[in-house]
Write a protein that binds this ligand. Sequence first.
Ligand SMILES: NC(=O)C1=CN([C@@H]2O[C@H](COP(=O)(O)OP(=O)(O)OC[C@H]3O[C@@H](n4cnc5c(N)ncnc54)[C@H](O)[C@@H]3O)[C@@H](O)[C@H]2O)C=CC1
Ligand SMILES: O=C([O-])CC(=O)C(=O)O
Length: 267
Amino acid sequence: MLNVGLIGYGAIGQDIASYFQDYLKGARLKGILVRSPDKLRNLSQEEWMITHQPDEFFANKYDVIIEAAGHHALETYGVQALSTGAHLIIVSVGALRDGHLLQLLKETANSNQSKLIIPSSAIGGLDRITAASIGRLDSVTLTTRKPPQAWKGTFVEDKIDLAALVEPVCVFEGNANESARLFPESVNVSAALSLAGQGFNETKVKVYADPTIEKNKHEVRAVGNFGSITLEVQNTPFPENPKSSYIVSMSVIKALENLFSPIVIGI
Ligand SMILES: NC(=O)C1=CN([C@@H]2O[C@H](COP(=O)(O)OP(=O)(O)OC[C@H]3O[C@@H](n4cnc5c(N)ncnc54)[C@H](O)[C@@H]3O)[C@@H](O)[C@H]2O)C=CC1
Ligand SMILES: O=C([O-])CC(=O)C(=O)O
């Protein structure tokens, strides 16, 4: 039985926790680290420990720690988590555009026989693109589209009137380094794609605010000597946070399951 710690209890964190109650058999949730003590007041205490104090959280021994809290949390706790010997499953992949952080996490994982695990989360095709990167990759591009409400709280809100939007508007075009920086809560998929394929500078990204759709859409196109891949995913957003999608927590749970399952599919 794997002991699991969870950092972050927002839309994704709460959904992840729900799978421990009725789905996962080989892992148990031992501790949750939240940011604000206010959150604790609203939570009914389950069998796991919930704390806003990092020392208390890390005093537990975990086999796996899951980050579902944002770039800053990964920057703050990533190295500490791996240095306990736990594997670290992350969703805030965009933080790894900082090559120094990525290097530090790799070195810490290496010296503690732990692993930094990056599930596909909201995107698909990473299995194929990371395999294809063994050969020659010529281009990897991503087009992300989300409905207007998903862009609230981002710089897009200052640029266009989201409520008045009647047709799709391109709000960003550039490389994954910039998209991961400009949209820390919304375009982590570009970072995962970069790490699988051509890196942050070479991966080309377009982002649209699109009033004609209800789901979060990601279109991936990669070409190389392996052949090519064209993939479109449509993710059902969380009602409580339309920037994120249900498939993210499902993907994390599958990555966790792969650690104890006798069979692993689709890597
Ligand atoms: N890789 C991917 O495909 C995706 C990645 N994400 C990443 O997941 C993150 C979380 O997404 P949601 O759950 O939808 O966001 P959310 O805003 O609903 O929840 C984040 C939670 O983390 C907590 N938190 C923040 N800093 C913390 C800290 N230092 N310690 C403990 N808790 C902390 C917040 O209080 C909040 O409750 C996003 O910010 C984004 O970076 C989101 C969607 C897709
Ligand atoms: O959930 C999604 O569709 C994608 C997302 O927010 C991200 O990549 O950060």
